[in-house]
Design a protein around this ligand. Structure first.
Ligand SMILES: Nc1ncnc2c1ncn2[C@@H]1O[C@H](COS(=O)(=O)NC(=O)[C@@H](N)CS)[C@@H](O)[C@H]1O
Ligand SMILES: [Zn+2]
Length: 482
């Protein structure tokens, strides 16, 4: 099997670190600051396409893109009590300007609820302006003390999309949470990343939130990665930063807020979930290079015709917006070229030799199936687009099936570390709903509580909580996480 299924954590991190380097996506570990990596040209183009997809979904739902300063003065950052308690150990501070000590310490933003709320206290004064939906795609900084990893756990999170919304009522903010869940579901579906959506336990919600909803995916090594989160912030930040609007009833009231974030982990999971032993398999929708043409000839006589035919096809594909390259390198054999472009995950390869010219066809090989088939030269744009859609559909379905195989319902949970050590993927247990029991399960098994499904599952009917024996009201998901 070429795919990475059931690869163990060490092998998987070896595969990931090697592929992002060899495919020239991301240079990690050589830049002399821990937790900060470099986007290389091909990786930057991939990141750009993923950002465009994220932008499109936010813009289509009435979000306005803004840009807030990187630095947050200490007195502003500490305004919301719970927020700063949660972030205190993670904040980077700027203390000097040149040789001068700054009179106020400046934080590198770990996230921007405080700075956006301050600006909203100037911008917002009437309910007629609400709901307001802002977002920015920036670098944020967190002094992560757990092991840092390329794209997955960074100290400079270089692709951080943070959305911040303001509403007249609690209910409208709740509606926004549901809209954010829709936006994230669409983004992950387009990237073929499968996910489970869970309400985090209170002991693991975002600092300053009323509640947190998280998108988790299962990586090839069976460990779970939190790839997106949505938070209902209540009036916590609007009260501490005095964001009030004149309501319809003539009262001045604090706005209700939400925030939701994605990061470089979206790129890391797209790479990891679809990759195989040969390297990347990039979904057609976000591949920087959609088609690579490999001209095949055995002498200069043939070469001229084959290159001409290839250029004609490349030009036609480029003209219909399909990024296509012809690999004319003379120092590599076709076989070496196949290997190189498969490593880079280019979704479609066209092989063109003299036979194709005479039969007015091309040989097409899709990166996920790696099977050759001959298709007509005419309507090449349409055929390539159709093949691209088929690739993305197959990638999405394969990934979803793989994840579902790694989710198991467990009625009798052994509350031991040995049991926890053996867990791969996600386990779901019946749960009484008490956070105390959830904490006990986490402590006794050593695996992380992801939270509970947002819709109550049927299967827990008549089942009991593995800790207290009371009737289950919902299920609790647990997993080894990044
Ligand atoms: N150190 C990190 N490296 C890479 N991604 C991270 C890191 N920390 C968080 N993330 C990702 O960023 C997402 C949003 O971060 S968060 O803390 O949960 N939420 C916020 O910061 C809120 N302000 C919403 S933007 C997380 O779901 C996770 O996928
Ligand atoms: Zn219980």
């Amino acid at each position: 099997m070429r795919y990475l299924d059931d690869i163990n954590p060490e092998e998987f991190s070896e595969w990931f670190d090697t592929v992002i380097k060899e495919a020239e996506i991301y240079d990690y570990g050589r830049y002399p600051v821990k937790g900060m990596g470099v986007w290389m040209p091909y990786g930057f183009a991939l990141r750009k396409n993923i950002i465009e997809l994220i932008r499109k979904e936010h813009d289509s739902k009435g979000h306005e893109e803004i840009l807030l300063p990187l630095l947050i003065p200490e007195d502003l950052l500490i305004k919301e009590e719970e927020h700063i308690r949660g972030f205190r150990d993670e904040v980077y501070w700027v203390t000097h300007g040149g040789l001068d000590e700054l009179d106020v310490k400046l934080a590198l933003r770990p996230t921007s609820e405080t700075s956006i709320s301050l600006m909203e206290s100037y911008w917002l004064n009437s309910y007629k302006q609400l709901p307001k939906k802002f977002y920015q795609i920036v670098s944020i900084f967190r002094y992560e003390t757990k092991a840092t990893r390329a794209m997955i756990r960074l100290r400079e999170v270089s692709t951080f999309k943070e959305a911040h919304t303001a509403h007249s009522t609690f209910e409208d903010a709740d509606r926004q949470v549901r809209e954010a869940i829709e936006i994230y579901s669409t983004i992950f579906d387009q990237l073929g990343i499968p996910y489970v959506i869970s309400k985090r336990p209170d002991f693991d919600k975002f600092a300053g939130a009323l509640y947190t909803i998280a998108f988790d995916t299962v990586m090839p090594d069976g460990k779970v990665l939190q790839v997106g989160t949505v938070h209902h912030l209540g009036q916590n930040f609007s009260k501490s930063l005095d964001v009030k609007v004149l309501q319809e009833n003539g009262e001045n009231d604090y706005v209700w807020q939400t925030s939701y974030g994605l990061s470089d982990r979206v790129i890391a999971s797209t790479i990891s979930i679809h990759g195989d032993k040969r390297g990347l398999i990039l979904p057609y929708i976000i591949a920087p290079i959609k088609v690579v043409i490999i001209p095949i000839y055995f002498n200069d006589e043939e070469k001229k015709g084959v290159i001409e035919y290839s250029e004609e096809i490349r030009n036609e594909l480029e003209n219909c917006g399909i990024r296509t390259v012809i690999d004319t390198r003379t120092e590599l054999t076709p076989g070496k070229k196949f290997y190189d472009w498969e490593l880079r995950g280019v979704p479609i390869r066209l092989e063109i030799g003299k036979r194709e010219i005479s039969s007015k066809t091309v040989v097409i090989v899709t990166r996920d199936e790696l099977k050759k088939k001959s298709i007509a030269r005419e309507k090449i744009c349409e055929s390539v687009r159709k093949e691209g859609e088929e690739i993305d559909k197959r990638l999405r379905e394969r990934a979803k099936k793989k994840m579902e195989e790694k989710i198991s319902k467990v009625e009798k949970l052994e509350l031991t570390m040995e049991y926890g050590e053996r867990v791969r993927g996600i386990i779901e247990v019946p749960w009484c709903g008490s956070e105390d029991c959830a904490l006990k399960i986490q402590e006794r098994t050593g695996i992380r509580v992801l939270g509970s499904p947002i819709e109550k599952p049927e299967w827990i009917k008549g089942k009991t909580c593995p800790v207290c024996g009371r009737n289950a009201v919902t299920s609790l998901r647990l997993a080894k996480t990044y």
